[in-house]
Design a protein around this ligand. Sequence first.
Ligand code: NAP
Length: 483
Amino acid sequence: MVSRVIPVDPFDLVIFGGTGDLARRKILPGLFRRFCAGQMPKDARIIGAARADMDAAGYRALIAEAIAEFGGGRTCEDGTLDGFLERLHYVPIDARGEKGWADLAGLMRDDVVRAYYFSVGPSLFGDLAQRLNAHGMTDEASRIVVEKPFGRDLASAKALNKDLATYFDESQIYRIDHYLGKETVQNLMAVRFGNMLFEPLWNSQYVDHIQITVAETVGVGGRGEYYDKSGAMRDMVQNHLMQLLCLIAMEPPSKFDPDAVRDEKLKVIRALDAVEPHHIVRGQYEAGDEGPGYREEAGDPRSRTESYIAMKVGISNWRWAGTPFYLRTGKRLKARSSEITVVFKELNHSIFGEQQDHRNVLSIRLQPNEGITLGVTIKEPGPGGMRLVDVPLDMTFADALGEDGADQTDAYERLIMDVIRGNQTLFMRGDEVEAAWAWTDPIIDGWDARGDVPKTYDSGSEGPVDAVQMLARDTRVWRKVAP
Ligand code: NAP
């Protein structure tokens, strides 16, 4: 199967924070891969902007190093890197001052798509938006891309939305959640809405429960102090897990267009039940072979921030009332694995008698080994009567789609190309983000008010034992965290 690469329109993409970690690790290597794939038109330009004094040659050298380190080993033909680097420019600029703004304004072209990527801390979003406007660098077709975290609670998210809305229309604002750029996450929609098979069963009448797991093996490492101000709830649940939950639970949109999809996601968030304290387990990892314990890495021996969270969530709507969603995410767990599992109900009646306690389980693996598996019950081969066995119908994309299945385009490169195309479907709308915080805030406020202390768990384990017990009370078990 041959990938189709549809070139995008010529663009000037300014990356504020163009020397930072995210730009070097993800954004620029991703753009390089799009260049190698032939998706970048000849006159596209990428302009790095940060306070450090540097010229274009210095910036090109910095990015060449970043591509060597973070490019994932994907190489293009000889000479292609130079072709890419030629498109890079650099302007020293201060988001909070006047330095560099006239230079940047002088560099921008009128007849191309203008996109401004705010790869800086959110405290600079308002300053950047205001200065872009003051220097006449935006028009109706200009876009801005903003990174997470989009606020740390409802009040701060509202303030950010308000700041941006002063200068930009919602149709110009692209709030990135890179989970939405993952191939399998989009496949979730293709599987649900592109097949007759699943949709009729996709409700509380047939689905017993759904699990969403995002497990990491890494700890907070050098980011400990930063992470300690957020924790798993703010860093993962409010955004990434919430988006996965929305895609799995939403009603079919009338069409695959940005507002139709985002309207349906918003309805899911608004239908989420408040979570009871005994339906949440928070954890912190202990020291182990893998490294120091959470509190040590966070630099605070009394830290109450969670590096793990598991929760039972209900959705009060016609489709899902009575079907629990179990979410869990954590660091320093046994394996790196992101998976959504739909566990269907037992048969109403088995003609095979008591031996039949098999259930269909649909697993959607986001990483690693992207793919979808459906567990079905068949007859165990051989003589000796009718014995049943569960087997997986396995569609690992790498197997099913050959090279195209294995060679996944990184989420960032896909999303940046969507920005240039002007397609907001895979970006969060302001009201979605606010609704997610409105649901999250009371949970976090409750912990603070009660002085809730996270449970400990062993590094390299599957998380706190309390999370296992939470499901056991519902006579259910977590899927194994396995690669
Ligand atoms: P970083 O490594 O600290 O880089 C920050 C960048 O902003 C640098 O290029 C810095 O360069 C520039 N900068 C800082 N103050 C500035 C100012 N006043 N004017 C102009 N430029 C300024 O941060 P990062 O990790 O790249 O993260 C950037 C954003 O992405 C943050 O909001 C972060 O939360 C988010 N994010 C990061 C990751 C990740 O993996 N790194 C993942 C998801 C989201 P100068 O100091 O030279 O100005």
